[in-house]
Each structure stands twice: as structure tokens, then as C-alpha cells.
Design a binder for this molecule. Structure first.
Ligand code: 9UX
Length: 71
């Protein structure tokens, strides 16, 4: 299992945090996601054989937020 921190812009309340968490945890290969409103990021546990960071970032974007590559 691997872990990555993804920068997330545009979250303004805990509803956003919930939405991002659900979007990430719905992805095959993601086993857990801890999203921080204050730190504007998500720490994601995942199986690197099943998913990569680009797919996670796209899921965050599809949920209506920005996930820029630069940390
Ligand atoms: Mo809060 Mo976020 O009212 O998608 S849920 S702004």
C-alpha cells in the first residue's frame, strides 16, 4: 500500500470535505482518504498496482474542485 498527499483547492466547508472524501474513496484501488479543509489537501492510501495519482486528481476535479500538481 502507498500513500500520497494531493493538494486540493476550492473546499470551503465540511460538506466539501465529505464530497471529496467520498469521491476519492469510491475509486477502485483507494483504501482510505483523509481530507483536511484547513490544509487544503487529501492524504490518500492506495494500491499502486490499481490506481495512480492522476486518476485521483481527476476524480477531485470531477467533484468540482481543483487538484493542481504543484504542492
Ligand atoms: Mo459547503 Mo462544498 O456549503 O462542495 S459543500 S461549499
Amino acid at each position: 500500500m502507498s500513500e500520497v498527499t494531493i493538494k486540493i483547492e476550492g473546499m470551503s466547508c465540511n460538506g466539501c470535505v465529505r464530497n471529496v472524501t467520498k469521491a476519492l474513496e469510491a475509486l477502485p484501488g483507494v483504501t482510505g482518504a483523509k481530507v483536511s479543509l484547513e490544509q487544503a489537501c487529501a492524504v490518500v492510501q492506495y494500491d499502486p498496482a490499481a490506481i495512480d495519482e492522476a486518476v485521483m486528481r481527476q476524480a477531485v476535479e470531477d467533484a468540482g474542485f481543483d487538484a493542481p500538481l504543484d504542492l
